[in-house]
Design a protein around this ligand. Structure first.
Ligand SMILES: C[S@@+](CC[C@H](N)C(=O)[O-])C[C@H]1O[C@@H](n2cnc3c(N)ncnc32)[C@H](O)[C@@H]1O
Length: 259
């Protein structure tokens, strides 16, 4: 069992406090079946998948899905003719992803996305869906996403809109939404509400920091979308970018290891 999983299990079994759990990465272990039901039933998921489909475009080639979870994006990517590799830090999420992976011939890799076990330039596209609020170190993950993408390959991120969805934002159906203080407080919030975030917490990253992290990783941003209901503030942010030839090495991992 990889150290990050045993750390999480030991911590949880010992009944340590919530913030201890927050510092580990496999927060979805024990929640994967519940998460899969939830993400499948959410209307927002189809909006996110449509944005992903539009922005990544057709293959062929190898496409890495970073933080693939239960593999909700696999059918969309495979239908676009991508050969999918899904990577996630949660063994339980990957166990639920297995059927979806088998159905489309996707490969699953259990690893921390801030230390990807793939060689430099080994993917023709890299995507990630609904993940930045779960990564401990978004810059490291983006650096690794850039490292494993070949020069000129596409990177697409579709996530929760940091300006309009977050621990300091009260979205209300029948009244104006409320923006409470705290937008600029980057980092883990442990008292978040909502079905997913009350369980796993949320790493809030202000918009400029998130976009700058994508640019800083070595991507040229060439598309930004705020998909969703035209009559409401957007819940999603979608970023499309191209892997540049010149980029700083990430985390010192300039030569990846094969999984
Ligand atoms: C909200 S879920 C999104 C899953 C999937 N992309 C989807 O759209 O349903 C976030 C995922 O990121 C994964 N994750 C968090 N930190 C990670 C890391 N450092 N490396 C790999 N995966 C990570 C979690 O295990 C979880 O499956």
């Amino acid at each position: 069992m990889p150290p990050f999983v045993s750390t999480f299990l030991a911590t949880a079994a010992n009944g340590h406090e919530y913030h201890r759990v927050m510092r580990t990465s496999a927060r979805y272990d024990g929640l994967a079946d519940w998460y899969d039901d939830f993400v499948r039933s959410e209307a927002l998921t189809s909006v996110a998948l449509q944005a992903l489909e539009r922005l990544v475009g057709p293959g062929p080639g190898r496409c890495l899905d970073v933080g693939c979870g239960t593999g909700i994006a696999f059918p969309t990517l495979a239908a676009l003719d991508w050969a999918v590799v899904g990577v996630d830090v949660s063994a339980d999420q990957l166990a639920v992803a297995r059927d979806r992976a088998e159905a489309v011939g996707a490969r699953l890799v259990h690893a921390d996305a801030s230390r990807l076990p793939f060689p430099d330039g080994s993917f023709d596209a890299v995507v990630s869906l609904l993940t930045h609020t779960d990564f401990d170190d978004v810059s490291s993950v983006l650096g690794e996403a850039a490292r494993v993408g070949r020069v000129g390959s596409r990177f697409v991120y579709v996530g929760i809109h940091p300006c309009f969805v977050g621990p300091m934002i009260e979205r209300r159906a029948e009244a104006p939404h409320l923006l409470h203080p705290g937008y600029r407080r980057s980092g883990w919030w442990e008292n978040a509400s909502g079905p997913v975030r009350s369980r796993v917490g949320v790493n809030h990253i202000p918009l400029a920091e998130l976009v700058n992290a994508v640019i800083g990783a070595g991507f040229r941003l060439d598309g930004v979308e705020e998909p969703g209901d035209e009559d409401d503030y957007p819940m999603l942010l979608a970023l499309s970018a191209v892997r540049l030839a010149d980029r700083a090495p990430s985390n010192g991992h300039t030569t990846g290891r094969r999984a």
